[in-house]
Design a protein around this ligand. Structure first.
Ligand code: RAM
Length: 342
């Protein structure tokens, strides 16, 4: 009798160890839910939080579980470690906002070899690393529009500077490339781009870089910051230093963070898309790839629930992408209505 009880206890113990291990190996949690991961550039970026919120909502409404990760600092090395952990957790998909275009390729290829769907969103990784990329808006349009905005703000002549995120961020770098192409138009012969500075999407560094630009270029008339962290930092510096009207700010900013600087005139106008929608669209693209409904090839279509049907198109880097839609202009007349939205 005692032996029977002992055997039963042993069997229960073995079952308790084996059942969760099998579930884990199949990429599901105890509750039976598939897990889909999103990796952003770094923590402490409200834009990234909104993008991840959108991803979580899109994953959860499909009945799955979302894993949201970001390193403390926006480096490729730190993201590689996170991806390695996600591979060993056997998630179904990984969507990454890359801190580097090429450096993540080996680890992302390992993920794909392990059967995990890999996509990028917001800041692309190279085509060999991804099934497709979720692009927030047309990159050429963003770059050209920001130069046109600066031209308009400085009255067609003067020194301008760019305050970017990290020097490796593929989204910012692509926009800057288009800004430079736009500047080759003879229309801009009196506009001088004096420097591209990097605030690394860190608030303090972005403040310090803005101050350094103002010190080095006392005639500076406009700062273009194609990053939500950079533009908010620049808005604060211009406001604190009483330079409103003397140095204009434009770029890509969150209405919630920039309302103050649009209302006080430091930033006459700026642009952005809805970061929640970028994440939400990524959630539907990720599950479409992981469930093998699509491969991420040109012409593939998938349903993104409240956003409608999307088509995979050719990207300028030779890979494919899904385009969310045109960016939106935020200015004094509409900022009040948007500042509570995102
Ligand atoms: C920052 C990030 C992000 C970018 C926005 C505009 O928050 O660098 O990647 O898309 O700005």
């Amino acid at each position: 009798m005692k032996k029977m009880v002992l055997y039963t206890l042993m069997l229960l113990l073995v079952a308790a160890i084996l059942i969760p291990a099998t579930l884990f190996a199949a990429g599901v949690q105890e509750g039976g839910k598939e897990r889909h991961a999103f990796v952003f550039k770094n923590t402490g970026n409200p834009y990234g939080e909104k993008q991840m919120d959108g991803f979580r909502i899109g994953i959860e409404e499909q009945g799955y579980e979302a894993i949201l990760r970001a390193p403390d600092l926006p480096t490729a090395e730190a993201q590689i470690q996170i991806v390695e952990q996600l591979i060993s957790q056997n998630v179904k998909s990984i969507t990454i906002t890359g801190n580097d275009y090429d450096a993540l390729e080996p680890v992302l290829k390992n993920a794909r070899k392990a059967g995990i769907a890999v996509l990028s969103a917001d800041s692309a990784v190279n085509p060999a690393s991804r099934s497709t990329h979720i692009n927030q808006a047309d990159s050429e349009m963003i770059g050209r529009t920001l130069i046109q905005a600066a031209y308009d703000m400085v009255g067609g002549a003067g020194e301008i500077a760019i305050l970017s995120a990290t020097s490796q961020a593929s989204n910012q770098n692509l926009w800057i490339e288009w800004m430079k192409k736009e500047l080759t138009d003879p229309k801009y012969k009196d506009i001088k781009l004096v420097r591209v500075a990097y605030g690394d999407d860190l608030r303090d560094k972005s403040v310090a870089e803005t101050e350094a630009l103002l010190r080095s270029y006392p005639k500076l008339k406009c700062i273009i910051a194609p990053t939500t962290v950079g533009i908010a930092a620049a808005g604060k510096v211009i406001t604190d230093k009483n330079l409103i009207g003397k140095v204009k700010i434009t770029g890509l900013g969150l209405p919630s963070e920039m309302a103050e600087y649009i209302e006080n005139g430091a930033c006459p106008y700026m642009f952005l898309w809805n970061p929640i929608d970028v994440g939400y669209l990524a959630a539907y693209a990720a599950t479409a790839v992981s469930s093998k409904k699509i491969t991420g090839a040109v012409g593939d279509t998938f349903d993104a629930n409240r956003l409608g049907t999307y088509k995979v198109v050719k990207a300028s880097d030779g890979g494919t992408e899904v385009l969310l839609g045109p960016p939106f202009k935020f200015e004094p007349s509409n900022i009040a209505e948007w500042k509570t939205v995102y």
